[in-house]
Ligand binder design. Structure first.
Ligand code: ADP
Length: 798
């Protein structure tokens, strides 16, 4: 410091060579005096001046010394320039500020310390004329080129005659102030951005709890606009009970309150679940000037929480309501137990929660408890334990059989606890015992059954045979078990049996009455009837169970029956033929007697009766012959292409006299354009005539219609009458052999009951069908359908 001071004095003495400069020293002192004594009145100044002038020679040195000290240690840069704007004096702070040393500063042109435009600005201030200029905001350049902001005050220095000798500049470094200011603005901007863009509502209130400022989100969240919110009493934003809650927090005293869950009104009076944080705002004296509230919409979160609670409750309900025994433990300590389990063991929850599993002696026997603890230990190693059986004691002494499993409940990778699940299998156990008893019963049944009973495995090997079966094939159980059942069947039966087995397995159902042949040990074949049923164990196919009946006797009876049936048909055939032969000449002679003019009327009458009966007999014989031919499949059919229109008209022509002879109306409804059909003309006429004869027979009034229609693929012919009709019961039976419905005494012996049976058979030979619709008392319609020939087929035939 000493050195610096010396240097400065040296500079000053150097400059003192210059007159102007020495004058300016006096001028400076005077100026100082003038500025510091402004408050004195003229009188005082005079006194001061006198004493000042008297002591000036001694004191001036002291004053200068003091000034120098101030000058040097001032925290403002000071530069003094001469009239040519060269720096001649400066203080330490100026050096520091400009980062320049003595050599660099001395006689430096002061304009080079400013950026060009700044210097022009200073120049424009005209300080030389004004004499002084305070606080010019400008910029200066440091030695390293850094530009800093500063506040410059300039004062012109004048000599004794008032001539300008230079000027003094005071440089106040504003750079740190400016940076702070900038930072302040920036941070204010930042907070403003946060305030405006925040996704929470932020509200400021004044000391009277009235809203004065808020961010955009507040309006969005609550649906209010500016006018609604401005100077609104915040109290009115909350339901009264919520406001009370907020008040009770004593926030004004605490100064801050974080995360208070409450409800707030929206514009349309909905209540929104919110989380509020409030800070009290105070001024510098500590007086409350308002508050700032941050309000977060947590309605969604609340919803989720509610849902979570609901789902938790739901799980709780499921946990309690499930029919399984559920017990949850953590480190062997019982944490939870469900209602089913409590009901079962007859204990209260509090009697069990918090206990160690090994204390459950009132529920499990020592052995069972050991099994459980073993399972728990293994489950703790991460092994899933399923299906071990254990008894469970209830406090009223009942013992249940349970099937247990232990599941790991994990949290991340860690095992958190274990869930012990139990299923009541007491009933199942009982059922199983019953089943075993039943099985014994069935075994006895099978053992004593007169029918053979066997079971075979899926490969067809015998797994069980009963004594009857042993007898049937004349082999001992020990010889046949584990051999193939098919080895004991005739060659013809093997394939069939296998087919049936495949079928039964595929359809998973019993197949009955299969006729096979069993090879007896003596080489004979025994006819057997087999019922086959698939055997299942836990839904898996494990083989078949077969019951086998020896039908040797039944077979021989059936054979006998067939033989006698055949004989009967043969006999009927011969008898009919034999009967037919004598009737023909009888009919001939009776015709002669009737037509002979010499025959008396009485004899004619007798002859007519005889003829009618002969004809009936012939009809009967013919019918019997037809039936026996149909039975033996010996009826001849001469199939040819037929025109239905022609045939139907011929028949109508033949039957017309008889119908009209009975005073019935005959309606013919046969379209001309009917396609041809293949058939035996004689047999089809027989069918239609039979239907028409029946219609006449059973109709006394009204009409008989013969009609035909072309249908899809078929020609349908019908014979309709307005006769007595047929009851519902009989409708199904009238096509049976020998069936006659009740038709009144007078007609009792008229028919044979064979006509419709023969009709049905004839139509079946034509790939057709016959059926009837009838209304009792109103008449019947007999329908026939026969397939027609398609044109292409006709052409081929042609
Ligand atoms: P039958 O030779 O006795 O007429 P059918 O086989 O031709 O034998 O007829 C069997 C029975 O069907 C008849 O006995 C009669 O009861 C009943 N039947 C047949 N056709 C008619 C009809 N058109 N109206 C009422 N009943 C009828």
């Amino acid at each position: 410091m000493k050195n610096d001071q010396d240097t400065f004095i040296e500079h000053r003495s150097k400059n003192s060579d210059d007159d102007n400069t020495s004058n300016s020293q006096n001028s400076l002192n005077l100026q100082e005096f003038q500025t510091t004594n402004k408050q004195y009145d003229d009188e005082n100044i005079k006194i001061f001046k006198n004493s000042f002038e008297k002591e000036i020679n001694i004191d001036i040195e002291d004053v200068q010394e003091n000034y120098l000290k101030i000058f040097e240690n001032f925290f403002i840069g000071i530069t003094i320039v001469d009239n040519n704007e060269r720096i001649i004096y400066w203080n330490k702070y100026a050096e520091k500020l400009l980062k320049m040393d003595e050599k660099e500063l001395f006689l430096k042109n002061v304009s080079t310390l400013y950026p060009q435009e700044e210097w022009s600005k200073i120049r424009a201030e005209n300080v030389r004329q004004k004499g002084i200029k305070n606080k010019i905001e400008t910029k200066m350049i440091k030695k390293d080129g850094e530009v800093f902001e500063c506040e410059l005050s300039l004062c012109v220095l004048k000599g004794a005659e008032g001539k300008i000798s230079g000027s003094i500049g005071l440089i106040n470094d504003l750079s740190s102030l400016k940076t702070t200011e900038r930072k302040l603005i920036e941070s204010e901007e930042k907070y403003k951005t946060i305030f405006e863009n925040s996704a929470v509502a932020i509200m400021l209130t004044d000391e009277n709890e009235k809203t004065v400022s808020w961010n955009e989100y507040t309006e969005k969240m609550l649906g209010f606009d500016r006018d609604d919110l401005y100077l609104k009493n915040v109290k009115n934003l909350y339901p009264p009970e919520e406001w009370k809650k907020i008040r009770s927090e004593n926030i004004r005293q605490k100064g801050i309150q974080h995360h208070l869950e409450t409800k707030i009104f929206t514009k349309n009076n909905h209540l929104l679940d919110v989380d509020i944080s409030i800070s009290v705002l105070k001024d510098y004296r500590g007086l409350i000037v308002g508050s700032i509230g941050i309000i977060k919409d947590i309605s969604e979160q609340k919803n989720i929480e509610e849902e979570l609670i609901k789902s938790k409750n739901k799980f709780r309900e499921i946990f309690d309501a499930t029919s399984d025994f559920l017990l949850y433990i953590e480190k062997e300590i019982i944490i939870d137990i469900n209602q089913t389990a409590l009901d079962l063991i007859g204990l209260e929850k509090q009697e069990i929660i918090g206990k160690s599993f090994s204390e459950l002696k009132m529920i499990f026997s020592d052995n069972n408890l050991r099994d459980h603890l073993d399972a728990i230990r293994q489950a703790n190693y991460g092994k899933k334990i399923i299906d071990y059986e254990s008894d469970l004691k209830s406090n009223n002494g009942n013992i249940y059989r349970f099937l247990f499993a232990v599941d790991c409940i994990k949290e991340g990778n860690e095992t958190k606890g274990l869930l012990i699940r139990g299923k009541d299998i007491t009933q199942r156990q009982r059922a199983w015992q019953e089943l075993l008893k039943l099985e014994k019963k069935y075994r006895v049944l099978a053992e004593t059954s007169a029918d053979g009973v066997i079971t075979i495995d899926p490969l067809g090997r015998l797994t069980y045979v009963n004594p009857s079966f042993e007898r049937m094939c004349a082999r001992r159980k020990s010889q046949i078990l584990a051999t193939l059942f098919r080895d004991y069947l005739s060659d013809d039966s093997v394939y069939f049996f296998q087919q049936v087995c495949i079928d039964a397995r595929k359809k998973d159902e019993k197949i009955e009455n299969i006729e096979l042949e069993l090879a007896h040990a003596d080489g004979n074949l025994i006819p057997i009837e087999v019922n086959i049923s698939p055997l299942k164990k836990e839904n898996e196919f494990v083989g078949m169970v077969c019951t086998i009946r020896d039908i040797t006797e039944r077979r021989s009876v059936e054979d006998e029956l067939k033989k006698s049936e055949r004989l009967k048909t043969e006999f009927m055939n011969i008898a009919a033929h034999e009967l037919k032969s004598p009737v023909t000449p009888i009919k001939g002679y009776l015709d002669l007697i009737i037509s002979d003019k010499d025959t008396s009327e009485q004899i004619k009458k007798w002859a007519k009766v005889s003829l009618r009966n002969a004809e009936r007999l012939l009809r009967l014989v013919n019918d019997i012959l037809d039936v026996s031919r149909l039975d033996t499949d010996t009826m001849r059919f001469d199939m040819e292409k037929l025109n239905p229109f022609e045939i139907l008209n011929e028949i109508a022509e033949d039957m017309k006299p008889v119908i009209e002879g009975k005073n019935l109306k005959f309606i013919i409804n046969i379209p001309k354009e009917l396609p041809n059909l293949m058939g035996d003309k004689h047999r089809l006429s027989q069918v239609l005539k039979n239907l028409l004869v029946n219609a006449i027979k059973f109709t006394d009034n009204g009409s008989i219609t013969l009609g035909a229609e072309k249908r899809d693929q078929f020609i349908e012919i019908y014979v309709k009458d307005t006769g007595i009709g047929i009851s519902k019961d009989e409708l199904k039976k009238i096509f049976n052999k020998f069936y006659q419905a009740y038709t009144g005494d007078d007609r009792k012996n008229e028919g044979t009951g064979l006509g419709l049976f023969i009709c049905k058979q004839i139509l079946q030979k034509h790939n057709g069908d016959i059926w009837v619709e009838s209304d009792l008392g109103r008449g019947s319609v007999f329908h026939i359908k026969i397939p027609y020939l398609h044109k292409m087929v006709v052409n081929l035939n042609n």
